[in-house]
Design a protein around this ligand. Sequence first.
Ligand code: ADP
Ligand code: MG
Length: 280
Amino acid sequence: MKSINGSTHRRVTDIPNAQASNTMNSTTGPALVANYLSFSFDATPVLDNVNFTVNRGEFVALVGPNGSGKSTLIRILVGLLRASSGTVEVLGCEPRMLRERWRIGYVPQRPALTGDLPATVEEVIQAGRLARRGWWKTFRQADHDAVDHALAAVALTDLRKRPVTQLSGGEQQRVMIAKALAGEPDLLVLDEPIAGVDKEAQRQFRDSVVHLVAHHQATVLLVSHELGAVAADLDRVIVLKRSVIFDGTPAELTSRGVSLGIHHDDLPLWLEDLEVPGAT
Ligand code: ADP
Ligand code: MG
């Protein structure tokens, strides 16, 4: 793997918000569009002409073997990296032009919680709600309820007063999911949020995501190798292997002999078997 130090790829560290106008088209049209999107780290191509559309209110899984570019694609979609060529649109905007950042809930693959974050579980989740409300406004009952629901959704109610730094990696990941859920975003993007999480926690996670989609008309893009818990709820599965090599319903994928209860290690095997017209 190449070091990113000194590399020439464009990295976005500042998110402009001053003069950005995003209200046009941001409540209609597709939630996500990738148009001939390509990306390279230095000279190494990671994404090559990726095309797909996710409509509002869809619950879509993004899968593919390790190193197939899923996390990179997601980081471009949420505005943390810039495409080398092609375009992306998120809620009707170029990602870095989206002014109301709370409209996107993003749970990164590995939460970046530093050792000195002096906050409790509850405070981190409240921060996710404040981003939506505006920090200067008084916390209302609905906000407290949203935080309570988010805590319950990831089974962390008992640990709400604990400093997050005392939690295990898996528990910290659940805090980040709850933080995103508490903001009731229009678009929730989750990068392997339930890797290694037990069946019961997966069920709770599934319930809260399905609730967000059903009651808030949210759009969800989920990267996961463990689709068993959500298979019945998914509208679509996109398989990425540098380009999109499959885009269809779970039923279409399983009709090709692909199980959605796939284990991580099986992924490269079943992808080899997947016959997709035009795939490289
Ligand atoms: P996935 O999430 O599907 O496992 P990633 O998007 O993390 O894939 O990585 C895609 C490819 O890009 C891999 O070959 C990985 O080694 C490479 N890569 C990821 N991050 C960096 C980076 N910061 N610098 C250089 N190469 C990277
Ligand atoms: Mg990844």
